[in-house]
Design a protein around this ligand. Structure first.
Ligand SMILES: [Zn+2]
Length: 398
C-alpha cells in the first residue's frame, strides 16, 4: 500500500473516525473511572472485527493479525479533569466539531490516537497485515495518575510481549523518540514540640527544613544539561508541617520535590544528590509511592520513579515510522522528543523495549482548556498507522 492509497482509504473512514472521537470525548473518564469509555472502545474494536478484551486493570485490548513479531500501539484512555468549567469557552464534553477541528477534553491528550490507531488497523486489515506480524491495540487506563504503570501490568502480569511500541501521545504528526524521566522525592525533618510561649525548649522542624529548601534551589542550578532532552530540574512542589497547635513548635516538616531527569541522571544519582545536601543533617529522604486501583477494582502500587529514555535516531523503529509518515505526508517529519512523561517510561525506560511516538495534536495544548485536533490530521494519522506495521517489520527483519 502506498502513502497515497493509505490516505485515500483513510479518507473514506473520516466520518467514522470523527464520530468515534467525538463520542469518546462525550464520556468523562478520569483515571480509575474509565469504565464507560472503555466499554465504548471495546464495542468499536468488535465492530471493526478485532478480538477485543479488557485486561485486569481495565485497559482495552484489540488484536489484529498473528505472528511472532508483535507491535503494541498504545493510546491512554484516561484524561485529566476539566478544572473550573467556567474557564472553558465551550462544553469540554460536547465533542464540538467546527471549522474542521474537534474540540474538548482529550481532543489532544490523547483520544485521537485511540480513534485513528483503530481505523488505521481496520484499513490495513482489509488489505491484509504483513506476514508474521501481530498488532495489539491498547487503550490504557491510569496513565495520567501513574504513567507507565498500565504498561508494566500489561507486559509483566498479562504476558503481552511487544517487540516494539508505538505511543499515541501528541507529536503533531512528527516522530518522537524519548523524554526526560521524573521522580517524586519526599524530605522529612523531625523536631521536638514545645509551647510557643517557651519555644526555646523545642526544636523547630521547619527551621531545620529552611536551609534544605535553599539547598534544593542551589542544586537545581547545577544539574546536568542534555542537548536533546534538555536540562535536569528539581523544584520544591509541596511543603507542610505537623504541629500540636498554632501555639506550638512544629515537630515535623515535609517537602516534596518534583525532579526531572535528563540523560545520564539515574534515580539513584538523584536520591544521592538530595541525601548529600550541605544542610540535610538527619532528615529522612525517600521516594514517594503511588497506590490506587483500576476501574475493575484491581489494586496497584508503584514507586514514583519514571526513568528517562531515548531511542537512537538511527534505530529501525524510528526510521520505519518516519518512512511511513513521509509516505503519507509527502515530507519527512521532524524527529524530536516530548517535554512531558509518557507510558514509554515503562516500555523503554524500565523494560528496554524500543518505543517511539506518533500522533496528531500539539503537545502544548494537553491539559489546557484549548484542546483541539484538526480532522485532516486525524485522517493522515490513520493512514500513517496503517503503514507502520509494514515499514517497521520490514526493517526489523533486514
Ligand atoms: Zn497523554
Amino acid at each position: 500500500m502506498t502513502g497515497q492509497e493509505a490516505l485515500e482509504a483513510a479518507k473514506r473512514y473520516e466520518r467514522d473516525i470523527v464520530t468515534f472521537l467525538r463520542e469518546l470525548i462525550a464520556i468523562p473518564a478520569e483515571s480509575g473511572k474509565e469504565r464507560a469509555r472503555c466499554e465504548r472502545v471495546k464495542a468499536e474494536y468488535e465492530k471493526l472485527g478485532f478480538t477485543a478484551s479488557f485486561d485486569g486493570l481495565g485497559s482495552v485490548l484489540g488484536r489484529v493479525g498473528s505472528g511472532p513479531f508483535t507491535i503494541l500501539m498504545d493510546g491512554h484512555i484516561d484524561c485529566v479533569g476539566v478544572g473550573d468549567p467556567a474557564a472553558w469557552a465551550y462544553d469540554p464534553f460536547a465533542g464540538k466539531l467546527e471549522d474542521g477541528k474537534v474540540y474538548g477534553r482529550g481532543a489532544v491528550d490523547e483520544l485521537p490516537a485511540i480513534a485513528t490507531m483503530a481505523y488505521g488497523m481496520k484499513l490495513l486489515a482489509e488489505r491484509g497485515l504483513p506476514a508474521g506480524v501481530q498488532v495489539v491495540l491498547c487503550a490504557s487506563v491510569l496513565e495520567e495518575d501513574c504513567d507507565g504503570l498500565p504498561m508494566m501490568h500489561l507486559i509483566e502480569t498479562e504476558g503481552v510481549r511487544p517487540d516494539v511500541v508505538v505511543l499515541g501521545e501528541p507529536t503533531n504528526l512528527d516522530v518522537y523518540r524519548g523524554h526526560r524521566g521524573r521522580m517524586s522525592i519526599e524530605v522529612i525533618t523531625k523536631g521536638v514540640s514545645a509551647h510557643g510561649a517557651h519555644c526555646e525548649r523545642g526544636v523547630n522542624a521547619v527551621y531545620k527544613m529552611a536551609p534544605i529548601v535553599a539547598d534544593i534551589e542551589a542544586l537545581h542550578a547545577r544539574l546536568a544539561h542534555d542537548d536533546f532532552l534538555g536540562k535536569g530540574t528539581v523544584t520544591v512542589s509541596w511543603i507542610d508541617c505537623t504541629s500540636p497547635s498554632f501555639n506550638a513548635v512544629p515537630d515535623g516538616a515535609r517537602i516534596v520535590l518534583d525532579r526531572r531527569l535528563t540523560v545520564g541522571e539515574t534515580p539513584e544519582l538523584a536520591l544521592e544528590q538530595v541525601r548529600t545536601l550541605p544542610h540535610i543533617g538527619d532528615a529522612e529522604v525517600r521516594v514517594l509511592q503511588w497506590a490506587g486501583a483500576g476501574w475493575t477494582g484491581l489494586a496497584a502500587r508503584q514507586e514514583q520513579v519514571f526513568p528517562t529514555w531515548v531511542l537512537p535516531e538511527a534505530h529501525p523503529l524510528v526510521q520505519g515510522v518516519a518512512a511511513a509518515a513521509t509516505a503519507v505526508l509527502g515530507a519527512r517529519p521532524a524527529i524530536s522528543r516530548w517535554t512531558f512523561s509518557t507510558n514509554g517510561t515503562a516500555t523503554m525506560g524500565r523494560l528496554g523495549i524500543p518505543t517511539v511516538g506518533f500522533a496528531p495534536g500539539r503537545e502544548e495544548l494537553s491539559h489546557s482548556t484549548g484542546e483541539w485536533v484538526a480532522v485532516d490530521d486525524l485522517v493522515k494519522s490513520a493512514a500513517v498507522y496503517a503503514l507502520i506495521p509494514g515499514a517497521v517489520a520490514g526493517r526489523e527483519a533486514s
